[in-house]
Design a protein around this ligand. Sequence first.
Ligand SMILES: Cc1cc2nc3c(=O)[nH]c(=O)nc-3n(C[C@H](O)[C@H](O)[C@H](O)COP(=O)(O)O)c2cc1C
Length: 222
Amino acid sequence: MNLKDCHNYNDFRKLAKKKLPSPIFHYIDGGSDDEVTLRRNTEAFNDCDLVPNVLANVGKPDLSTTVFGKKIDLPVFLSPTAMQRLYYHEGDKASARAAEKFGTFYSMSTMANNTIEEIADISNGPKLFQLYVHKDQSITDDLIDRCRVSGFNGMCLTVDTLVAGNRERDHRTGFTTPPKLTLQSLLSFAMRPEWVFNYFTHKKFELANIKNKTTYSKWFLL
Ligand SMILES: Cc1cc2nc3c(=O)[nH]c(=O)nc-3n(C[C@H](O)[C@H](O)[C@H](O)COP(=O)(O)O)c2cc1C
């Protein structure tokens, strides 16, 4: 199975499962506390109906819309996701390039593995930065200043992560950041040699924008 076999969300999910060590896949795929909210959020999309406009000339459909004063070509954009270097060895660079190619926003997580400046260098597309309000205000100020200098177009303020979620799948799979080989996860990494090769032969895993500024346990703010 590869990208050309992916025709819907489920196909992409299957492909990700095939390519990623299980702790990484379940980190992306899973949610917190029995995953009740994850299920409800997912099912909510089934309540949306497409309302057909029949006997009308389709012409050239225009899906563009405006977000933060920027016109984008699609009515969807990439929301911030942490630690993309684990999903794919090019990390945020790959998603920033893809967003630019399709004319939509890329968003960078505070916990990205690439720097604000690295992404500004490789993408002229519209960009958002997701910000946690850190206990140490100088960290927050520094991130905002760097985004402004690098031409990011807006900030998403995350206010619902005072503590890390109780992600039960991560307890089961032994997911850690950076990934550590445990007895529990050894087999799942051994079964994904391509991922392991790419992980060790590309840019070192780090929380690129806040390294040396905060410890892992102080990511979550206030
Ligand atoms: C793997 C993963 C990592 C995420 N990391 C972050 C993050 O670092 N910061 C943040 O504000 N939201 C993060 N989110 C939340 C997403 O930005 C988004 O708000 C959420 O997934 C809901 O959108 P969806 O229904 O399209 O998945 C993450 C979501 C996932 C699945």
